[in-house]
Design a protein around this ligand. Structure first.
Ligand code: DX5
Ligand code: ZN
Length: 219
C-alpha cells in the first residue's frame, strides 16, 4: 500500500519542513491545485510545485481541480510535476493526456463522488492512475463517503481482468478508521491530508494509516 500525504493540510509557512517531516513515511506527495471556479476554493499553482521540487525527490502528483488544465500543463511540467490528475467532469480528457505524454508527465484521471464509474472506464487503457474522490473536492478535513467504494471495486475488477497497469487511488477523509475499508475495496494508494499533517507527529500518523490498510490488504 502506498501513502500520499496531501500538502493542502500542511503548514504553508513552513512547507519545506512539513515535507521533510513526512518524507520517510511517504511514497509520493499529493498537491491539490484549486482555481476558485471548478471548486470554490483557491489554493496553489505551479510556483508552489516548484518549491518542494527543489527540496525533495518524492514523486509529485498534482490533482488539478481547475476549469482549464490545458493552459497550465506546460507550467506544471516545467515546475517538476511527475504526474497530473485531471477531472473527467470537464469532458473528453484525451487531448490533455496527449499533452501530458508529450511532456513526459504521468497521466491520472479522477472522478467526483456523484460521477458514475462508467464515465472513466473508456479511458482506463490510457492512464497510469485512477483517482476516486471520497469527498466532494474543495477542502481537506471532510468526512469519508463510503458509497464510493463500490466504484473502487468495479475499477479493481476491470483493471485486473484486463491486466492493465493502472493504480487506483482514493482521496478524501482517509484516516486509520477509513483506510482499511478502502484497502479492502482494492485501492493501491491512499491520499491523506488532515489525518497526517493535523497529527502531532505526521510521520507516525502516516505509518499508522498505512499499517491499518496493510492489516487487511496485501497491496
Ligand atoms: C480535497 C482534496 C484532498 C484533500 C484531502 O478536495 O482533493 O486531496 O487534501 O484532505 P483530507 O485527507 O483531510 O480529507
Ligand atoms: Zn486531492
Amino acid at each position: 500500500m502506498k501513502l500520499a500525504p496531501s500538502i493542502l493540510s500542511a503548514d504553508f509557512a513552513d512547507l519545506a519542513a512539513e515535507v521533510d517531516r513526512v518524507t520517510e513515511a511517504a511514497d509520493l506527495l499529493h498537491v491539490d491545485v484549486m482555481d476558485g471556479h471548478f471548486v470554490p476554493n483557491l489554493t496553489i499553482g505551479p510556483v508552489v510545485v516548484s518549491a518542494p521540487r527543489k527540496r525533495t525527490e518524492l514523486f509529485l502528483d498534482c490533482h488539478l481541480m481547475i476549469d482549464n488544465p490545458a493552459v497550465l500543463i506546460d507550467d506544471f511540467a516545467d515546475a517538476g510535476a511527475d504526474r497530473c490528475i485531471v477531472h473527467i467532469e470537464l469532458g473528453d480528457p484525451r487531448p490533455l493526456f496527449d499533452e501530458l505524454r508529450s511532456r513526459n508527465v504521468g497521466v491520472g484521471l479522477v472522478l467526483n463522488p456523484e460521477t458514475a464509474i462508467d464515465a472513466v472506464l473508456p479511458y482506463l487503457g490510457d492512464i497510469d492512475l485512477l483517482l476516486v474522490m471520497s469527498v466532494n473536492p474543495g477542502w481537506g478535513g471532510q468526512g469519508f463517503i463510503p458509497e464510493v467504494l463500490d466504484k473502487v471495486r468495479v475499477a479493481r475488477t476491470v483493471i485486473d481482468e484486463r491486466g492493465l497497469d493502472v493504480e487506483i487511488e482514493i482521496d478524501g477523509g482517509i484516516n486509520v478508521d477509513t483506510a482499511p475499508a478502502a484497502a479492502e475495496a482494492g485501492v493501491d494508494i491512499l491520499v491523506a491530508g488532515s489525518a497526517v499533517f493535523g497529527a502531532p507527529d505526521p510521520r507516525a500518523a502516516a505509518h499508522a494509516i498505512r499499517d491499518a490498510a496493510e492489516a487487511v490488504s496485501t497491496r
